[in-house]
Unconditional design. Structure first.
Length: 603
């Protein structure tokens, strides 16, 4: 149901929701002082109270939505139906990404990071460039004193299998000496203004800076046009930062003049959607410039930003409590529509340790945005910066991540149809099990994988709750019944990981990078005695899948051990030339028969 509430309402409306079985849920809504809303549920009553913050009075109209469903999955699906689903990314976005504030001080520094991944046989797909690559922190510039030929360097890195992802800040440097972005924005009146009509000047990385008024469509179009700069350079996307909008002088004044479309309004009204609208502009700019699925990252977001951007949780710290926080943070973001989200592996601020970095990497094995990021001045977090054990364990888990990339891509395809996240809390799958409602240190991937990371310093074992069903230990195939808690040994190199029995999973090839070329061989692994799996394939790059250019495979191992591979939809011309299905009974090989557009068992 929906309703509208206006500020300074004297009466407190009571909204009653009635369920089919006769139960009722009462909402008491107090709106005389509302804009920053708090919602509290009575501990012993079936009611909620929605109250405003008395320190932030407003006369704005508030739209509110009450989403229901027969299950928690229904509620999440209804929310993403309302706000939008996360679109399919380019497939390589699921690969490993390395970042540090300080890499982009020179092209030589970036190249040496790539050399390290080659030297130590570590797979990688993206290196991020923080603010150092810019010319004096000016947006849409590349410092040619640090990068002799930026476009050529990006191309050279691409030949090595590595893409470069540059950062972009919201604040535009106030520069009256020929900086075209600033001059053009001033001439066209595109920047946020003070109440007296002068341009507001804040202070961020470039010093004095002004802020685009992204609520106006023409400003978003202007920004999107300039995003083409990155596409022309060959960059793989845009990493939006400081887009709350942030200022070194604190929160921007609430009475600054913004626009909501053509309507004049204030910062108070537009603050929460600033990052959302900047992400929309970046997405539309990259899509228009490349024709490919844009890769955008944002720090600030709003309901629906998942249509345009991935998100990361911001400047965390290299402390165990922030690793513990990462799992509920990411699960919450997934339930809020962000199917692609991540934290800075190892922590951004402070010095990480070999143990913390290792456990953080393990915990992030299935996190869609898989990036290690650190702050300038902290301990280096590259895998080879520590001892041999850390390096070897890091390599093992990077290789394992790439094995699971086809499964993660399948899950993201499913998310575009169902609206349900890839990484999710146990309660989303088992909302009738009281035991899972307070679990914040485990997560599931889809419905078939359960991950129980070690998130406490010095721990080498932990209790793991397994929900209903039969579960197999990924490492030794030991079988456990569900709805019980078990003790699991977990030395530093082991992530407690369980697969639901009778599950088939795609098993990616061992690679150094995710190629743009179609794969010729795919393997499927059976965990248990029988099972079935639907697998998705497209070109992993553009939007042709929306026109039907994709393949759907069906893999089945029957109760009697019979194995079958079928191509149920052939809309994408390349197919796997060979498919392997691995079971306890052996490895079954299927070759593609062009004449029948099907797979035949070879051995």
């Amino acid at each position: 149901m929906t309703n509208r509430l206006t500020g300074y309402q004297n009466a407190a409306p009571k909204v009653t929701l009635e369920y089919a079985d006769g139960r009722q849920l009462l909402l008491d809504v107090y709106t005389n002082e509302i804009i920053r809303v708090f919602m509290n549920r009575g501990r012993t009553t079936n009611s909620y109270a929605i109250k405003g913050d008395k320190h932030h009075k407003t006369s704005y109209t508030v739209d509110y939505y009450v989403l229901g469903g027969h299950s928690l999955k229904d509620v999440v699906a209804n929310y993403t139906y309302l706000t939008g689903v996360t679109p399919l990314p380019q497939k390589w976005v699921l690969g490993y990404q390395q970042s540090r504030w300080g890499y982009s001080t020179s092209d030589d520094r970036v190249a040496k990071i790539a050399d390290g991944f080659e030297k130590y046989h570590l797979p990688i797909d993206v290196i991020h460039l923080d603010i150092d690559y810019m010319r004096g922190y000016r947006d849409f510039t590349w410092d040619t004193t640090k990068f002799k030929n930026p476009k050529q360097f990006v191309a050279e890195m691409r030949k090595r299998g590595i893409r470069l992802m540059p950062i972009l800040d919201a604040g535009v440097k106030q520069d009256k000496d020929g900086y075209d972005i600033y001059q053009e924005g001033i001439e066209k009146g595109y920047f946020v203004e003070n109440p007296d009509g002068t341009v507001f000047v804040g202070r961020v990385w470039p010093g004095d800076a002004v802020f685009p008024d992204f609520g106006r469509p023409e400003v978003r179009n202007w920004w999107a046009k300039h995003v083409k700069f990155f596409a022309d350079m060959g960059a793989c996307g845009v990493w939006n930062d400081m887009d709350e909008p942030a200022s070194f002088d604190g929160e921007l004044p609430t009475d600054l003049i913004f626009h909501d479309g053509e309507q004049r309004t204030t910062h108070t009204r537009m603050h929460n959607v600033f990052g959302h609208l900047q992400a929309q502009a970046a997405y539309e700019g990259m899509k228009a410039a490349t024709g490919k699925r844009p890769y955008i990252i944002t720090r600030a977001a709003y309901a629906g930003t998942q249509k345009y951007s991935t998100i990361w949780t911001g400047d965390n710290q290299s402390i165990w409590s922030h690793l513990q926080l990462a799992i509920p943070q990411l699960n919450s973001l997934g339930m809020s529509g962000f199917a692609i989200a991540g934290t800075d592996i190892g922590g951004f601020q402070k010095d990480t340790t070999p143990e913390l970095l290792t456990r953080w990497l393990e915990a992030s094995l299935f996190v869609p945005l898989f990036r290690n990021h650190a702050e300038m001045g902290t301990r280096y977090q590259e895998p080879w910066s520590f001892d041999r054990q850390t390096l070897d364990t890091y390599r093992d888990y990077l290789n394992l991540r790439y094995r699971f990339v086809p499964f993660l891509y399948d899950q993201l395809r499913h998310e575009t149809e169902s609206g349900l996240p890839v990484m999710r809390p146990l309660v989303l799958n088992y909302d009738q099990d009281p035991a899972v409602r307070q679990i914040n240190d485990e997560y599931m991937v889809g419905t078939s994988i359960l991950v129980a990371p070690i998130v406490n310093q010095g721990a080498d074992k932990r209790l793991v709750y397994l929900p209903a069903g039969k579960w197999l230990d990924f490492w030794n195939n030991a079988e456990y019944s569900g709805q019980q808690t078990i003790m699991v040994n977990a030395p530093l190199e082991k992530l407690p990981l369980f697969i639901k029995k009778d599950t088939i999973l795609p098993w990616g090839n061992k690679v150094k990078h995710i190629s743009d070329e179609p794969e010729k061989v795919m393997t499927f692994r059976l965990f248990g005695d029988c099972g079935a799996y639907k697998h998705y394939q497209d070109n992993g790059l553009d939007f042709k899948y929306q026109e039907g250019e994709y393949n759907e495979y069906y893999v089945e191992v029957a109760n009697d051990g019979q194995v079958a591979v079928k191509l149920n939809k052939h809309g994408y011309q390349p197919t796997y030339e060979r498919v392997y299905v691995e079971t306890d009974r052996g490895r079954f090989e299927f070759d593609y028969d062009d004449s029948n557009e099907d797979y035949r068992l070879v051995k």
